[in-house]
Design a protein around this ligand. Structure first.
Ligand SMILES: [Fe+2]
Ligand SMILES: [Fe+2]
Length: 433
């Protein structure tokens, strides 16, 4: 995957954030933009560190994209445990290509804290403070429309934002018109240009960023986590079984990853049903595809979207028993099969023993009704047991990760809640706003 595709991935994440919650439209992108401009002229950080900090800014609230977290994040209640910092820390540590920076996300609100299970060094603490500064500036100046930067900074003592940091931002703002460009939305293009110019991520890194993003949305509950991992691993195993070219395997995987982005607006219960016709109808009716289309069109990811669109068109044909497009791309057929089969797998973990014949019969019926060549289905049928076994093994490890993360989440939250409560009670911070 080359640099151009990476830029789209950064864009995909930015545009996805805009769809996640109307209160947070573009917050991650704006924080990354503020950091990008502050770091522009400094030699203190290397170019690689600057890019890493940019990504940390983009992802800093990755743990917040669950509805109940948004309100607390936009308030300034220091008694709040800031659960999204914990969720973000765990997601970033587990899935991202920068796990060593996960503690920065944990401390991005309580920058001066020291939680004994996760000690932080001064280098990372300084980055956490930079992110917090950019975060507060965005919340104050853009979301809450505070006019005066002076009054904003007066609300923080030097233990949080040092005069050096404040001057650093003011100088960068004077030179690069950061807040003006955010107001005028010019910043969006600048972010896209910056990532095109500087970033050069490997396939694995892009995959890991996408996994971080997708599981931030899909770790809502055990079912959603499992469904997502089934879809991902099933598509991988199907592509392998069909001996698709490495490029096509990658396309199937990216299409499956990106398709899940569209699910950000779909309640998780919509993906669980034992009635395939009902399931397909709900899937087709849901705004999933429209959201994915908006995001991917904005992000210039047309090729991936085309595959997703073709896969959905095929699912629609299966649902309505109308003739499928005879020029259908094999990649799109593989994505459609992965999607439909993953639901079966998630609904019934013993699918290989109980549901397998019904599923194949169901799909054969659809192929027949839609006048489709069923050679792909026949190939998969021969190796079905192995595909299911491999997918279930990989998904089990994701489920294990999910359960471990949930345990650690409640453990860390308890510690942090007590720590913050004690510190705010006996060492109150200055009033904020
Ligand atoms: Fe935050
Ligand atoms: Fe934030």
């Amino acid at each position: 995957m080359n640099g151009a595709q990476l830029n789209s991935i950064v864009d995909v994440i930015c545009y996805s954030f805009q769809h996640l919650n109307p209160h947070l439209i573009g917050h991650g992108g704006r924080v990354a933009y503020i950091l990008m401009n502050m770091l522009r002229d400094t030699n203190y950080y290397t170019q690689q560190e600057k890019e890493d900090i940019f990504m940390l800014g983009l992802f800093h609230d990755i743990g917040a994209y669950k509805k109940e977290e948004v309100d607390s994040m936009l308030t300034f209640d220091l008694n709040d445990s800031m659960e999204h910092s914990v969720s973000g820390y765990l997601l970033f540590r587990t899935f991202s290509p920068l796990p060593e920076y996960a503690d920065v996300i944990l401390y991005h609100h309580q920058c001066n804290a020291q939680y004994y299970p996760v000690p932080i060094n001064n280098y990372h603490r300084d980055i956490a403070k930079l992110i917090y500064l950019a975060d507060r500036i965005d919340v104050a100046c853009i979301l809450n429309k505070t006019e005066s930067l002076e009054s904003f900074f007066q609300n923080y003592d030097e233990s949080i934002f040092t005069p050096f940091m404040v001057d650093w931002f003011l100088d960068a703002n004077a030179k690069y018109h950061i807040l003006d460009h955010i107001q005028s939305t010019e910043y969006r293009k600048e972010i896209a240009d910056y990532s095109r110019r500087h970033f050069s991520l490997s396939r694995a890194q892009i995959h890991n960023y996408l996994m971080t993003f997708i599981f931030s949305v899909n770790f809502r509950n055990e079912y959603a986590a499992l469904h997502t991992s089934h879809a991902l691993y099933l598509s991988e195993n199907i592509a392998d079984t069909l001996h698709l070219s490495p490029a096509d395997c990658k396309t199937v995987q990216v299409a499956m990853l990106l398709h899940n982005i569209g699910k950000i607006t779909v309640p998780s219960h919509l993906t669980a049903t034992d009635d395939y016709n009902q399931y397909l109808m709900e899937l087709y009716k849901s705004p999933t595809l429209d959201v994915a289309k908006d995001i991917l069109a904005d992000a210039d990811e047309q090729q991936s979207f085309q595959i997703i669109e073709e896969a959905f068109a095929l699912i629609k044909c299966w649902y309505s028993s109308t003739a499928a497009d005879s020029a259908l791309a094999p990649v799109a057929e593989a994505v459609a099969l992965s999607y439909v089969m993953s639901d079966s797998l998630t609904y019934d973990l013993e699918v290989s023993l109980k549901n397998y014949p019904q599923l194949i019969t169901y799909l054969k019926g659809k192929y027949y009704n839609c006048k489709m060549d069923d050679s792909m289905l026949m190939t998969l049928e021969r190796d079905f047991e192995q595909i299911i076994a491999n997918t279930q093994a990989s998904s089990k490890s994701i489920l294990h990760t999910y359960n471990q993360m949930m345990d650690e989440h409640s453990y860390l939250n308890t510690i942090i809640l007590h720590y913050n409560h004690y510190n705010n009670k006996y060492h109150p911070s200055p009033a904020i706003f």
